[in-house]
Design a binder for this molecule. Sequence first.
Ligand SMILES: Cc1cc2nc3c(=O)[nH]c(=O)nc-3n(C[C@H](O)[C@H](O)[C@H](O)COP(=O)(O)OP(=O)(O)OC[C@H]3O[C@@H](n4cnc5c(N)ncnc54)[C@H](O)[C@@H]3O)c2cc1C
Ligand code: FES
Length: 261
Amino acid sequence: MHTKKQILDLQVIKHTSLNNHHVVLTCTSEKKLPKLLAGQFAEISAGDTAGTFLRRPFSIHDYNMEMNTVSFLIQIKGNGSASIGSLQPGESMNVILPLGNSFCMPAEGEKVLLTGGGCGVAPLLLLAKSVIAAGASCDILIGARDEENLMETEELSELGTLFTTTEDGSEGIKGFVTDHPVMQELKEKYSKVYSCGPDPMMKAVATIAEESGVDCEVSLENTMACGIGACLCCVTETTEGHKCVCTDGPVFNSKTLQWHN
Ligand SMILES: Cc1cc2nc3c(=O)[nH]c(=O)nc-3n(C[C@H](O)[C@H](O)[C@H](O)COP(=O)(O)OP(=O)(O)OC[C@H]3O[C@@H](n4cnc5c(N)ncnc54)[C@H](O)[C@@H]3O)c2cc1C
Ligand code: FES
């Protein structure tokens, strides 16, 4: 049973610039934060900037119940993310959270593979921590255009063996995530694969997982408006009919998605 969503003003306590167009904002709240699960997201108000009337969805990057902190990894794309990503310690932002479902946790003793492309790495930090808290273990495979865009490598490598790929070969194996040799060993090594990133990457990861007979969960990033199941602008076709990515997802078992058709 998921926690009831809340509208909260969060205070930014840390702004970490990862590279030219990605930041991590660590935030706290005067009120106790609701329990947040890996795979869930928040709808963040982008303030009064022109063209940013709608809130923007961002995954829960990290959550610390004892410290009452939550963090978001923000890629600066357009006006909304630029406004949110420019927030500095002491400033506040209005959020609705927690939204969406969450990744299914593996059973104790299982070993799973987490895959992420670009800023799809955002939900993987809390996912890796949650997998470990569930008594399972993980390896993590992340890919990016180049070394500069491989993010959170230090944090992730503390949680499992970290494999990397870059399209220009500046770090790790040259190519896409799916070109990494570990993708050919799914059945032997892992009980499950999780994937987050651009659609073509998740489709390619899911195809290899399905061919290997390994379960795969993906986190979709369909464009959203309301984030609460009211506007239907985020629907995706599944084996059980049309589903709202914001309320039925964003996490889906790859086999239920009709994206191979
Ligand atoms: C469930 C979910 C989780 C996400 N998690 C993260 C995350 O952790 N880190 C991160 O950097 N990004 C994440 N995104 C994508 C992020 O929401 C968009 O990059 C952001 O909304 C763009 O807003 P903008 O005003 O900067 O860009 P705009 O100028 O509005 O648009 C730039 C691009 O972003 C896309 N976009 C715009 N609005 C949305 C929207 N509401 N939903 C999805 N895509 C949109 C547009 O199609 C366009 O290609 C997530 C998206 C979803 C749906
Ligand atoms: S974003 Fe409105 S229904 Fe999903």
